[in-house]
Design a protein around this ligand. Structure first.
Ligand code: XUL
Ligand code: CO
Length: 438
C-alpha cells in the first residue's frame, strides 16, 4: 500500500534542478565544516502534523482526506505507522517525533489506552528495526483531553496530576523501548487565563515536582535521553509558564533542574514571544542549553502559531549560524519539522513538497552560515565594534581593575568622547551577499 503515490526516494539534483521532487540544496553526504549535512541537521518528521492532522480549523472540517482515513480506531493507527515509514523513506529523513496520543487512540480507561499504545509502539519498533529510522523524541499530549482543562502538572486537581504522571511514566518507558534520543515537555496547558483564580507560585512548585519525578524515573529505568522543555509564550493558555528561553531557564535554575534539561526551541514560538528565532537560540546557547529545534515559521500578519514550513532563508541561515556556533552543534537534538501544510495544500504530495522546501531552506542556511563563519564575516564586524575593550581603559574594565571612582577620574579628563557608527545597513547588505552568493 502506498499513501504517497509511489514516489521514489528524493535525491539531490543541485540548485539548477527544476524537478519538484528533488533536493536543490540538501545533499545529505556533502561535508560542511567536518560533518555531513545529514549529521548537522538530523531532520525529523512530526507525526502529529503529517499523519494525525487533517487540515481542520475552527471554521471547517479537514480537507486532507488520506487513503488511511477509510479505517478507524486501531486499524487507522496502524495504517498511519505505515504511512509514516513510507514518508521517512521517500524524504530520506532519519528521524520522527510523536506525542503518545498521535500514534494510538485513547480507550475507555487508562489501562485500555496504554494497551493500545503498547501495541502501536511494538509496531513502530518493528518498522524502525526494518528501516533503520530513529526516534528523535517522544512526548505526552497532556492538553487535548478535557481532563486537562486546568493544566496537567499545574492543574488544580490532584487526580489529574496523577493521571498526567501516569502518562509521562508510560511515555518514558516507550521512549526507552524505542531508543529515543530526547524526551520533550511542551506545557500545552501549563499556564493560566487569569491571576484572579490562580496560585501561580503553587502551580510552578508542582510543575517542578513533576519534572523531578520524571528525571528520577528516567534514571530508574535507565532511559538516558536528553530531556528538553519547549518554551511557548501563549496558546492555548493566555500566559504559558514556559514563556520563552530566558523564562524557562530561570525556572530550571530556581528549581535545580538546569543540569537535567536543555531546550527545544521552535521558530514560531519565538516570534509569538516577540523574539527572533536566533534570539532564542542565542539565549539557550549562552547557557549551554540549546538542545533541539522545532523548525517552522509564523506569519508576520497573524498573531498565532501558524506552524508553516520554514522557507525564510534569513531565519534558516541565522538559526544554522547559532547551531554551528553551539558546542557540538545540534548534538543529540535535531531539526524537527513541527510544521503543517496549509489547508488548501490537501494532497498527499504536498506533504512531500513541503518537507523538501523546508530541508532545502535549512541546507541553504547551513551552507551560508558555514561560509559566514569560515570568513569570520560577522565575527570581524563584532570584533571591531568592541575593540575599545581590547586595550587601555577597556582592557582594565574587563580585567576588573577599575572602580566607579577611577572611571569617574578618567571620564572627567576624557573630553570629547568619540563614538563610531554601527553600520547596520552595511552589515545587512553583507549578509544578503552571502545568502545570494555563498
Ligand atoms: C505546540 C507545539 C507542540 C510541541 C510538542 O505549539 O509546538 O507540538 O512541539 O508537544
Ligand atoms: Co513544537
Amino acid at each position: 500500500m502506498s499513501y504517497f503515490g509511489n514516489v521514489d526516494k528524493i535525491k539531490y539534483e543541485g540548485k539548477l534542478s527544476t524537478n519538484p521532487l528533488a533536493f536543490k540544496h540538501y545533499n545529505p553526504d556533502q561535508v560542511i565544516l567536518g560533518k555531513t549535512m545529514r549529521e548537522h541537521m538530523r531532520f525529523a518528521v512530526a507525526y502529529w502534523h503529517s499523519f494525525t492532522a487533517n487540515g481542520s480549523d475552527p471554521f471547517g472540517v479537514g480537507t486532507a482526506v488520506r487513503e488511511y482515513d477509510k479505517f478507524t480506531g486501531m486499524e487507522l493507527a496502524k495504517a498511519r505507522v505505515e504511512a509514516c515509514f513510507e514518508l521517512l523513506n521517500i524524504l530520506d529523513v532519519d528521524y520522527f517525533c510523536f506525542h503518545d496520543r498521535d500514534i494510538a487512540p485513547e480507550g475507555a480507561t487508562l489501562q485500555e489506552t496504554n494497551k493500545n499504545l503498547d501495541e502501536i509502539v511494538a509496531l513502530i519498533k518493528e518498522n524502525m528495526k526494518k528501516s533503520g529510522k530513529k526516534l528523535l523524541w517522544n512526548t505526552a499530549n497532556m492538553f487535548s483531553n478535557p481532563r486537562f482543562v486546568h493544566g496537567a502538572a499545574t492543574t488544580s486537581n490532584a487526580d489529574v496530576y496523577a493521571y498526567a504522571a501516569a502518562q509521562v511514566k508510560k511515555a518514558l518507558e516507550h521512549g526507552k523501548e524505542l531508543g529515543a534520543e530526547n524526551y520533550v515537555f511542551w506545557g500545552g496547558r501549563e499556564g493560566y487565563e487569569s491571576l484572579l483564580n490562580t496560585d501561580m507560585g503553587f502551580e510552578l512548585d508542582n510543575m517542578a515536582r513533576f519534572m523531578h519525578m520524571a528525571v528520577d524515573y528516567a534514571k530508574e529505568i535507565g532511559f538516558d535521553a536528553q530531556f528538553l522543555i519547549e518554551p511557548k509564550p501563549k496558546e492555548p493558555t493566555k500566559h504559558q509558564y514556559d514563556f520563552d528561553a530566558a523564562t524557562t531557564l530561570s525556572f530550571l535554575q530556581k528549581y535545580d533542574l538546569d543540569k537535567h534539561f536543555k531546550l527545544n526551541l521552535e521558530a514560531n514560538h519565538a516570534t509569538l514571544a516577540g523574539h527572533t528565532f536566533e534570539h532564542e537560540l542565542r539565549v539557550a546557547r549562552l547557557s549551554d542549553a540549546l538542545g533541539s529545534i522545532d523548525a517552522n515559521q509564523g506569519d508576520m500578519l497573524l498573531g498565532w502559531d501558524t506552524d508553516e514550513f520554514p522557507t525564510d532563508l534569513y531565519s534558516s541561515t541565522l538559526a544554522m549560524y547559532e547551531i554551528l556556533n553551539n558546542e557540538g552543534g545540534i548534538g543529540r537534538g535535531g531539526v524537527n519539522f513541527d510544521a503543517k501544510v496549509r489547508r488548501q495544500s490537501f494532497e498527499p504530495i504536498d506533504v512531500v513538497y513541503s518537507h523538501i522546501a523546508g530541508m532545502d531552506s535549512f541546507a541553504r542556511g547551513l551552507v551560508v552560515a558555514a561560509k559566514l563563519i569560515e570568513d569570520g564575516a560577522l565575527e570581524n564586524i563584532i570584533d571591531t565594534k568592541y575593540e575599545s575593550f581590547k586595550s587601555g581603559l577597556g582592557a582594565d574594565i574587563v580585567a576588573g581593575n577599575v572602580t566607579l571612582k577611577s572611571l569617574e577620574a578618567y571620564a572627567l579628563q576624557n573630553n570629547p568622547i568619540v563614538t563610531k557608527s554601527g553600520h547596520l545597513e552595511l552589515v545587512r547588505a553583507i549578509l544578503n551577499q552571502y545568502i545570494m552568493n555563498a
